[in-house]
Design a protein. Structure first.
Ligand code: NDP
Length: 196
């Protein structure tokens, strides 16, 4: 069986800050959130019809109850706490178990959507091939960080930034190019892949 590829999707500041006080450090990035929804809902042409979202228990809890499970996608929540339930989501006890759950279903693409602990565990897995990064260009105070520095230069520890054409092809749309701005916050869409 071909093992399931994992794509991490994250929005991070230049210092790789992703969270503060259990929530996102920024607010009001509606078009950025819409990009996340479109990309994670869109299945590869001709294969399957649902994608999976793998997340840590704290990220699950950071989603307002009325919005979870995130719709039209299989939600998989990772926790060490036995007996924990996540209404509308599938609960697993490790990233490995989450991947096994994904491989057993008809999902097309599997996205790891955070937080820092789950990104860290996923970055250690050979299945992790790609990172869809929203590079937040404005600075925000953060207490939670993505565990890999992805440099502006486009090269970092076994990872490289891909071209706009590669990004468009993989996500299946013309991704807005260049610096975006919403609510005074500037950001840019990027795609990174493992070099080896
Ligand atoms: P996580 O979302 O990674 O959840 C952590 C929990 O996951 C742990 O407490 C534990 O659950 C479970 N867990 C972690 N590792 C394992 C493991 N190896 N095996 C089994 N279970 C495990 O929490 P973080 O605090 O790292 O991240 C949350 C923060 O990140 C929030 O501020 C959130 O807003 C932000 N975030 C930002 C994103 C962005 O793109 N900017 C995306 C996603 C989140 P338990 O305690 O139940 O056992």
């Amino acid at each position: 069986m071909i093992s399931q590829e994992l794509t991490l999707i994250v929005a991070a500041t230049g210092k790789m800050g992703i969270g503060r006080g259990g929530t996102l450090p920024w607010t009001g990035l509606k078009r950025e959130m819409a990009y996340f929804a479109r990309v994670t809902k869109r299945a590869s042409p001709g294969v399957g019809n649902t994608n999976a979202l793998i997340m840590g228990r704290k990220t699950w809890e950071s989603i307002p109850p009325k919005f979870r499970p995130l719709k039209d996608r299989t939600n998989i929540v990772i926790t060490r706490t036995s007996g924990l339930t996540a209404q509308g989501g599938n609960v697993t006890s490790s990233v490995e178990e989450a991947i096994e759950a994904v491989e057993k279903t008809e999902v097309t693409r599997a996205f790891v959507i955070g937080g820092a602990q789950i990104y860290k565990a996923a970055l250690e897995r050979k299945e992790t091939k790609r990172i869809l990064l929203t590079r937040v260009l404005s600075d925000f105070e953060c207490d939670t960080f993505f565990p890999l520095q992805l440099d502006e230069s486009g090269k970092s520890e076994g990872w490289e930034r891909k071209s706009k054409e590669d990004l468009d092809r993989w996500v299946g749309e013309q991704v807005p190019e260049g610096v975006q701005e919403e609510n005074g916050t500037k950001y840019r869409f990027e795609m990174w892949e493992k070099t080896e």
